[in-house]
Design a protein around this ligand. Sequence first.
Ligand SMILES: *[C@@H]1O[C@H](CO)[C@@H](O)[C@H](O)[C@H]1NC(C)=O
Length: 445
Amino acid sequence: MGFSTWVLLILNILMFAALPIFSDSSLSSNQLPEIPKEFLKFAKKAEVFDWMVRIRRKIHENPELGYQEFETSKLIRDELDRLGIQYKYPVAVTGVVGYIGSGEPPFVALRADMDALPIQEMVEWEHKSKIPGKMHACGHDAHVTMLLGAAKILQEHREAIKGTVVLVFQPAEEGGAGAKQVINAGILENVKAIFGLHVAPDLPVSKVYSRPGPIMAGSGFFEAVISGKGGHAAIPQHSIDPILAASNVVVSLQHLISRETDPLDSQVVTIAKFKGGDAFNVIPDSVVIGGTLRTFSKESLMQLKQRIKEVIIGQAAVHRCTATVNFLESEKPFYPPTVNDKGLHQYFQNVAADMIDISSVKEMQPMMGAEDFSFYQEEIPGYYYNLGMKNETKGNLAYLHSPHFQINEDAFPFGAALQASLAARYILENQPESTPLKGEHRDEL
Ligand SMILES: *[C@@H]1O[C@H](CO)[C@@H](O)[C@H](O)[C@H]1NC(C)=O
């Protein structure tokens, strides 16, 4: 059955039979599974695919960092205007939130992050970043594009959407906790579920990867200043050496993972910054160290944070140094772990399997990377998944945050269609029960 026929059928049932979708079991079992494949077919049409590619390349040429995505935001609004989709702006400085459907419940949200990274692009191609030192090296240009693609698909079939899809174009995922600002703006009010995706350079195109429960770690950052007393390197007894103190701090911090942590509760402490001294024969006054902590539960994260502070101060004291520890929470808020709702996992598998068949819907290992999608999941059930991008015949892709990062645009139809399907089917499968309330409502009309 063609999709327009399908839409007509749905419309007939909605408008003339006035039956809730789910009271007709033949419709639920026969028609709903066709949505993802039909959406994919639509997204693969040359004019839709080429439109997505054009958008993505335009965004890629002009990368903007967190809360500065003004041109990206303008481009999104221009496309939404062209599609005839209403939106709220500004949300969280540069964010845009679009609405497709009846304006009535159920509400379901799709989210894309918009920001780029402070990285100089090293890929030489026609649409290389035109901004020195900035690059879309985490695929957010692709995420925005695919959400616009999903918007186009959904808007095309809006009559069948008996509910509302909320399109969340979110700023500042890379450390700025843009999601938190979007939530503070009240965008999730009445929203029952939210879906987000990330492109995966190491996983094959046309496949999707996810898991129920924790999928990405919670994270935080810290910086410590370890102070001693500088002096001549040849007369150490007249100095208090912060280099040796800081070195022991680094070693002791690793014992938090090897000796205090349940080996089955994965955690990471990495010292990525160690700065002190600049002569061969001078002991410096102080050393600055900095790094990150990662865990899969909020409790573990808070426990580790507490112990990091104690170890740095205590170990510095062993060496007669003082230390201050700063968790930089105003600039780099702690991100909670990204935890996928178990019910939505089952739902995701069903919808994805109807699009690309179940053998292409893979369970993945959790990763220690962090993602501010987790803030939404603290409020409402949310689901986050990875979209494969790798094509062996085209060669390997560099990993996320690499200056050599590239997107395989062939993944766009899959991401756009799957996001659109997750929203459309969620609405059709979660229609309010026909209750006396509905009757009362009708009487008012
Ligand atoms: C992988 O790349 C080849 C060569 O460009 C292409 O023919 C093929 O369709 C691609 N596969 C997928 C799944 O996109």
